[in-house]
Design a protein around this ligand. Structure first.
Ligand code: GAL
Length: 368
């Protein structure tokens, strides 16, 4: 063998060995998480979609330096079959170079979530949008669709949901506990009534598809005082006007909903920007409530600050029983691209949940 050929084969062998070694077999929350190119995954405030044996992770693409929360690139997509090893699928939704576009480069585009609509065969992405140069004033929901899961997604519209609609209430709610816009009784209701004609503010958010195929948009409204759980239309691209106000006046952000044994669960956070605070969890028998507040699901050291993270999604693990992963972001405002991901298993104690810190874990913690 010619010497250079030998060298080439040796190099190839070494690189395939390196690749084999780099295959991940566990989660190590809070550490650098390399994708198939060896780069730290760039999908913050993310969400998951499971489709045909593959998980897709969508999140905010952050850039190095002090751009902070401004969207300079768009929404990044990754795919995985095992949840440990992620392949870069590129930018699913790109920000626009046109400065007059709603999703102009430099806007704030946060917490993107994608759901699939079997009727229209479209992938539908919802996100929180703040117009360029206006800080957090716009508080809009944005929607984009695609024919292919990884995109490209086409931006459709951004707006404040449910203009002109009053909330739904669980049966039996006395009238004096319902918002009455002639006499709002507190700050939160005041914001609700102020925004009634133009639509409710929509900031931190998630989407959830129920067993019956109905989809819901959950978002922080009323200057972040209250969460709204709002029904989406059959195409998943707009709101129907049916919604409930949840934990009104208590400032919940970063909502993540899942369903287990017929009970709806929601985990969220308080509102301290990118600084971590205690998580909070809720349950309900109906999506529109009443929702019961249960305090902090995290236990042990660091639980009072969600182990340094903030919820973004709860993923049901396909093919495993009672298996849900709590996903959180450990934000790094000074260099947002360095933000870390904290994924931890949700433990059920009867119908109660707990989340404990683990330095390293894998899917074998779940039962079959
Ligand atoms: C957090 C929010 C994030 C992002 C951040 C910016 O409260 O959950 O999505 O908006 O504030 O400060």
């Amino acid at each position: 063998m010619k010497p250079y050929r030998f060298l080439l084969s040796a190099l190839l062998l070494l690189s395939s060995l390196a690749n084999a070694q780099s295959k991940l077999i566990a989660f190590t929350p809070g550490t650098i998480w390399p994708d198939n190119n060896g780069l730290h995954i760039n999908a913050h405030g993310g969400g998951m979609l499971y489709k045909n044996g593959t998980y897709y992770w969508f999140g905010e693409h952050k850039i190095a330096g002090d751009a902070g929360n401004r969207a300079m690139v768009g929404v990044h997509c990754y795919s995985s079959k095992d949840l440990y090893n992620w392949k870069d699928e590129g930018i699913a939704l790109a920000v626009s170079p046109d400065s007059t576009n709603d999703i102009a480069k430099g806007c704030i585009l946060e917490r993107p979530k994608v759901i699939y609509n079997p009727k229209t065969k479209k992938y539908v992405m919802w996100f929180h949008l703040e117009l360029r140069g206006q800080g957090y004033k716009a508080a809009r929901a944005g929607v984009a669709t695609a024919d292919k899961v990884s995109g490209p997604y086409t931006f459709i519209k951004s707006y404040r949901p449910n203009a002109g609609f009053m909330p739904l209430y669980p049966e039996g709610t006395p009238d004096n506990e319902k918002v009455n816009c002639t006499h709002p009784t507190n700050e939160s209701e005041g914001f609700f009534c102020r925004d009634l004609p133009g639509g409710q503010m929509a900031r931190d958010m998630n989407v959830f598809v129920d067993d019956d195929g109905k989809a819901y948009h959950i978002f922080s409204a009323e200057e972040n005082y209250t969460l709204d759980i709002a029904e989406l239309n059959d195409n998943y691209t707009g709101h129907t006007g049916k919604f409930a106000r949840v934990y009104a006046g208590h400032q919940t952000e970063a909502p993540a909903i899942f369903k287990h044994k017929g009970i709806y669960y929601m985990i969220g956070s308080g509102t301290t920007g990118w600084a971590p605070n205690p998580a909070r969890w809720f349950t309900a028998k109906s999506i529109y409530g009443p929702w019961t507040y249960h305090g902090n699901p995290c236990i042990g050291k660091g639980s009072e600050i969600t182990f340094g993270g903030q919820s973004t999604y709860v993923l049901p693990v396909t093919g495993k029983k009672d298996a849900f992963i709590f996903m959180a972001d450990k934000w790094t405002p000074k260099d947002a691209i360095d933000g870390r991901y904290l994924w931890l298993p949700v433990t059920f104690k009867g119908d109660d949940i707990e989340i404990s810190w683990m330095d390293k874990w894998d899917l074998s913690v779940f039962k079959k």
